[in-house]
Ligand binder design. Structure first.
Ligand code: GDU
Length: 598
């Protein structure tokens, strides 16, 4: 009470709110006025931020926390009354007529889309010290994930504008959600690389705030153990992206500019953009308000299962059930074996890769109702079975894929399933944990993430008629992976399968030991036989036809031990480095038509 005298009127209001919501513990250790007054006022700066960044403010956070903590203590099943079943969605097969048709529809639409990347997580499981967006997606070119994402969006933008002729050049908006853990380094990565070719005005960073930690079932806020004038905070989860987009005002700006779609994606999936055009085509053709991209899921794999939930009262929804909840839900509802593979060798529930495509109009309407708030959950680690105290403080969390939970049952919610080799290869697990993954399940490591890109590129080229040698099996960092030829291209070379087919002709072949890097748009492969390393650099206005036989010693993969700290972290986490022994490098820096055929 005595300390109120040193506070401003706004701060006094917040202090009263905290006292009324049972948070007097925050002030118990505060000395008399005159001691640490500046620190006390700073404490309220933090309270002001916490209050402003949560829909409904801190009082609402505390109220929800009490309810969720009571449910958790009572062991209440969040899916009470719901029965799970396998939903139906659009299943696509890469390269067939249907796929090509959806890709074309997607390219048409993509100029009406905005992209949103959630990148506030530090990736504790990966144990990498930098931000994940700065990790190289492949080590042949060193292209980091952020560069790959930006180049992919720009390539889609160009392709869409070329297809819809007569329209002005659209600039697809790109939002990155950061957090205190990633913001400064993300901005630095963009600025030191000239935004990887994107207009800086096209990119917007939205920083999520952490939320207050909770000490007990009564939702008493936790004092920071290192600073008694701060409330301890922890990340709230990727679900924050919805309230941030809403409060930023961007959604209405986009709507006014005629945009129709918002595409959400995550920080380390080097394959994703191969699946985007077709998935967006599905959204627009089927008029899905919500479309989640899915891949076949191995039982117990750390990706949620897309599930149809039917309530006893008849309500239904198609929603992600997170990987840690799927097994208990299945066991509780008559699937005695829980989360297991079916006769296909996969879980019957499609795996959610958290690539969501939302239709902008209905999205704005929904957020106007909810203020962007997403259904939250709490996951306290209790000291014992009495569930009366926690091992360490907890907090509310939310996930972006829970957005459909507040929608009316009439909302058009669907999913689009594709092969995992085409759409999903995240980098999440450190080498030790990856090596312990049950045989046959994906590693989700830096090693597998890079190898998956080479495999996908090889399989796509195969489908386009190029003869590609089979892979060999090799073990890096204790993980057995298929090693295909190390083929990469800049996204602008081919954003769809049809475009790719136009770029390869005749009888092309590539041996397993080969590396090929294509930088440039108008590069055509015709009767090329490659056995070694080939690097093609071509400027936008050059048209290059590459053929004939190229043979050299090539680039060799050398083993690196992940424990060898003399090697940079981003190299040793993958377990190999590339020794560039010999290559043919062709540079076309002037406009014109060129033909290379040694
Ligand atoms: N993220 C944030 N803020 C946060 C937490 C995470 O922006 O507070 C971002 C991360 O940077 C990342 C994305 O959210 O880009 C996902 O984070 P994780 O990789 O830690 O997510 P999980 O592996 O726990 O799971 C999520 C979904 C799963 C499944 C999986 C697929 O919850 O259902 O789809 O991704 O990769």
């Amino acid at each position: 009470q005595k300390n109120l005298a040193i506070l401003s009127p706004d701060q006094i209001e917040l202090a009263k709110m905290l006292l009324e919501t049972g948070q007097s513990n925050l002030f118990e250790h505060w000395p008399e006025p005159g001691v640490d007054d500046e620190k006390k006022r700073n404490f309220f700066d933090q309270v002001t931020r916490l209050n402003a960044s949560y829909p409904g403010g801190l009082a609402s956070y505390i109220q929800t926390a009490r309810e969720l903590l009571a449910d958790s203590k009572a062991g209440k099943n969040p899916f009470d009354g719901f029965t799970p079943s396998v939903p139906s969605g659009e299943n696509l097969t890469f390269g067939d007529g249907n796929f090509v048709k959806f890709e074309e529809a997607g390219i048409r639409e993509v100029r009406n889309a905005a992209f949103v990347l959630v990148a506030g997580g530090l990736g504790e499981r990966l144990g990498y010290n930098g931000i994940k967006l700065a990790l190289p997606s492949v080590s042949t070119t060193g292209t980091c994930f952020l560069q790959h994402y930006i180049e992919s969006i720009l390539a889609l933008q160009d392709a869409s504008c070329r297809l819809v002729q007569g329209k002005y050049q659209t600039q697809i908006p790109f939002v990155i959600m950061t957090s205190d853990d990633t913001h400064a380094r993300t901005l630095e990565l963009l600025e030191s690389n000239a935004y990887f070719g994107m207009k800086p005005t096209q990119v917007k960073l939205l920083k999520q705030e952490k939320v207050a930690c909770l000490n007990d079932n009564d939702a008493k806020l936790a004092v920071d153990p290192y600073n008694k004038y701060r409330i301890q905070t922890k990340p709230h989860g990727h679900g924050d992206v919805h309230s941030l987009l809403y409060s930023s005002g961007l959604l209405n700006l986009w709507h006014d500019a005629g945009l129709k779609w918002v595409l959400f994606f995550q920080d380390t999936n080097g394959l994703l953009f191969k699946a985007i055009p077709a998935a967006l085509g599905v959204s627009s053709t089927k008029q899905y308000q919500v479309n989640s991209l899915a891949v076949p899921r191995k039982a117990k794999e750390a990706i949620g299962g897309i599930t149809k939930l039917t309530h006893a009262d008849g309500r239904t929804m198609v929603i992600n059930v997170e990987y840690n909840q799927l097994d208990p839900l299945l066991r509780a509802t008559g699937y005695g074996d829980g989360d297991v593979n079916c006769e296909t060798g996969y879980s019957p529930f499609p795996g959610n890769i958290n690539q969501l495509i939302l239709e902008l109009g209905p999205y704005i309407k929904e957020l106007t109702k909810t203020g962007g708030a997403i259904k939250e959950f709490v996951n306290p680690k209790y000291k014992d079975s009495s569930k009366t105290s926690f091992k360490s403080s907890t907090r509310l969390e939310c996930m972006m894929q829970d957005y459909p939970k507040t929608l009316l049952p009439s909302a058009r919610v669907g999913f689009t399933a594709m092969d995992a080799w085409l759409a999903y290869a995240p980098v999440k697990n450190n080498p030790e944990d990856a090596a312990k993954v049950p045989k046959g399940n994906p590693y989700h490591s830096a090693t597998s993430g890079e190898m998956a890109i080479y495999r996908a590129n090889s399989l796509i080229l195969r489908k386009a008629g190029v003869q590609i040698d089979d892979p060999v099996l090799q073990v890096f960092n204790g993980q057995e992976v298929e090693v295909w030829p190390r083929i990469t291209w800049e996204p602008k070379w081919a954003v769809t399968f049809s475009e790719m087919r136009r770029k390869v002709g005749g009888n092309c072949s590539i041996s397993q030991k080969s590396t090929m890097i294509i930088k440039g748009r108008h590069v055509f492969l015709e009767d090329l036989s490659l056995d070694g390393a080939l690097v093609i650099n071509s400027v936008e206005d050059a048209e290059v036809k590459v053929g004939g036989s190229v043979q050299n010693k090539g680039w060799i993969l050398e083993h690196v031990d992940h424990k060898d700290t003399s090697v940079p972290e981003e190299v040793r986490t993958r377990g190999f480095r590339i020794n560039k022994v010999e290559q043919l490098e062709m540079n076309y820096s002037e406009p014109g038509k060129f033909c290379f055929n040694p």
